[in-house]
Design a protein. Structure first.
Length: 604
């Protein structure tokens, strides 16, 4: 009983969040939309009510004695004069029906525009929140989960908005039909309301089931996104390890769970429709057989009430179907709101906040007593201190878990230090604009990310307004111009998703060119040669050797030969600098660095 109460509370809360969010989003358009729906409903009901005077003209008894006859006759007299003929009445009915159809079409178009605008706004809110969140938030979330929120959950939100609009329209029309039915025959209307209440009570339990289906759909869709994205991005290793069957089985399990949930979700509205149609047919037959004898309804009123009932009954069926559909969609708003709140709570400092600046060389990068930790564990960087001059080249080396990647993240401003400072010349990252700070640093990761676009578009990612001359100059500095010109369409060549059309060395030099295009003071390279063959490594090192005289270069490397010519090499261990010096000095000490060089067979 308590679990059922909690489920009902969660369901009610989800509806409240959805309704308040839609009302806040569309503002004044909500009451205007309700007014338009009401006018459409009134005109639709009026086309049926105008049958009463028409029935009088064709000789069906009792039409003139209906409770609705007096106001309708007054309206007719105002519009077309007293005692209109059947042709005039028919023309009036057709005119009202045409106006109703036009207004309904306009209403449908307006709803479609509002729905699309609402969904697009949510998609952008989520994407911008994810991109504005700090690096730790993004690393703790699976990319498929974030993608699912923007695609699948937003699609379910679209369904919720559309269904809610249809539900509101159907409810307004049903209410108006009932009002006309009361004017014609309140006795028959009471019977109709009683029938509708019996129908609703007979299937109320199914609403809880449809809501539970909606709650289950969100996590399953997210898991499918994760499984598929992981499988496709890891296709190489999956094939190399003959793991296709196991990977497919994992996806198949999720697909079958989704199939089972969606099958039940699609079946419930059909079940409701079957129950309603059965009860509706029985009710119509009972009205025809016993309506006049039981409640003394005039034949004309009976016909009009039945006409209203024929138009109203599908609305009742639609209302039930829409409620079930809405129950499966509504949980999406809770999922999306939670994702948005989580991302907003971990929002990175806005890029425009802080002091803007430009770095003038020569200068110094100073890291002082820097400490960085994650969650409840021990700090990854523990009072780390280092400094070096720009231009110049330094290397950061150490074993796995020494804190090399965390240092890179801290220098880029991706993680917030627990203590200590990072300064570029006179500028402290804590006070500086992140936009200015990051533009002063060119970042080249181990595996640079390239998009399915042209070489030029990929190079100009951070500088979309860069001229072609600037792009070519950056490519020349990175020793990439020659191989780019050898491509089929030069700088307009499409390089495929993740740059699959290029070799590892070519991708790395394109990454350097992209970083150089913004004219940084410091080039930060994270494991730049670990995935390259010897020839590609040599080409990249030649490029760096030329650049070291014009900008600062910080290389984080596992392969020690990458930093052999560095001005200074810092050796990290347990988040501290335990050694520093050039290659010859560190080898001569026969300490930590010498041990690392021995492991890589670089010293005897």
């Amino acid at each position: 009983m308590m679990m059922s109460t909690r489920r009902t509370e969660r369901q009610t809360q989800a509806y409240g969040i959805l309704l308040s969010d839609i009302a806040r989003s569309i503002g004044w358009r909500l009451p205007a939309l309700v007014l338009l729906m009401s006018i459409v409903g009134i005109m639709e009901g009026l086309t049926i009510a105008l049958l009463l005077p028409l029935l009088t003209h064709v000789g069906i008894s009792g039409a003139g004695q209906s409770g609705a006859a007096a106001p309708i006759e007054s309206l007719l007299e105002l519009l077309v004069g007293a005692n209109p003929g059947p042709r005039l009445l028919l023309g009036l009915i057709v005119l009202v029906a045409i106006l109703q159809a036009l207004l309904f079409t306009g209403q449908s178009w307006w709803v479609a525009r509002l729905v699309r605008r609402y969904t697009a706004a949510w998609q952008m809110r989520l994407f911008e929140a994810f991109m504005s969140a700090n690096w730790l938030f993004l690393t703790r979330r699976k990319s498929g989960e974030l993608t699912n929120a923007i695609t699948v959950e937003c699609s379910r939100l679209t369904g919720a908005f559309i269904t809610l609009a249809q539900l509101l329209s159907a409810a307004i029309v049903a209410t108006i039909y009932l009002a006309f039915a009361v004017l014609v025959s309140w006795q028959m209307t009471l019977l109709l309301i009683g029938l509708a209440a019996a129908m609703f009570l007979s299937i109320i339990r199914l609403y809880r089931i449809s809501h539970a289906i909606g709650v289950a759909s969100g996590p399953l869709n997210a898991e499918l996104q994760v499984r598929v994205s992981e499988g496709l991005s890891s296709a190489k290793i999956i094939k190399a390890t003959v793991s296709e069957e196991r990977t497919a089985a994992q996806v198949d399990r999720v697909v079958r769970d989704i199939e089972r949930v969606n099958c039940l979700g699609m079946f419930l509205p059909t079940l409701v429709r079957g129950v309603f149609e059965f009860m509706g047919i029985v009710a119509v037959a009972a009205f025809l057989a016993f309506g006049i004898q039981w409640v003394g309804v005039a034949p004309a009123s009976m016909l009009v009430v039945l006409a209203l009932f024929v138009r109203l009954f599908p609305r009742f069926t639609t209302l039930q179907t829409l409620l079930h559909n809405l129950n499966t969609y509504v949980p999406a708003i809770v999922t999306m709101r939670q994702m948005l709140d989580d991302a907003t709570a971990e929002r990175e400092r806005p890029a425009g906040q802080g002091k803007s600046f430009q770095v003038r060389l020569p200068t110094t990068l100073q890291v002082e007593t820097l400490s960085v930790g994650y969650a409840e564990g021990a700090p990854v960087l523990n009072s780390l201190t280092l400094s070096f001059k720009l231009p110049g080249m330094v290397g950061i080396v150490g074993g796995s878990g020494a804190g090399k990647s965390t240092l890179v993240h801290a220098i880029l401003g991706l993680v917030r230090p627990d203590a200590g400072t990072i300064c570029l010349g006179d500028h402290d990252i804590a006070d500086a604009s992140l936009a200015s700070w990051r533009k002063s640093i060119g970042y080249v990761p181990q595996e640079d990310m390239f998009f399915h676009a042209s070489v030029r578009e990929n190079l100009a990612l951070a500088c979309p307004d860069a001229s072609m001359e600037d792009v070519i100059q950056a490519a020349r500095r990175a020793h990439a111009h020659e191989f780019i010109m050898a491509l089929p369409e030069g700088y307009d060549t499409q390089i495929g998703d993740r740059g699959v059309a290029l070799s590892g060395g070519q991708r790395q030099r394109l990454g350097i060119a992209r970083a150089l295009l913004s004219e940084p003071a410091l080039l930060l390279m994270d494991e730049p040669t670990s995935a390259l063959d010897s020839e590609s490594e040599r080409e990249v090192l030649v490029t760096l050797e030329e650049l070291r005289h014009s900008i600062g270069i910080l290389i984080v490397a596992h392969r020690l030969t990458t930093v052999k010519n560095a001005d200074c090499i810092f050796v990290l261990e347990q988040g501290r600098v335990v050694e520093q010096g050039n290659w010859s000095e560190l080898i001569a000490r026969r300490d930590r660095f010498h041990s690392l060089a021995e492991i890589q067979h670089l010293v005897a």
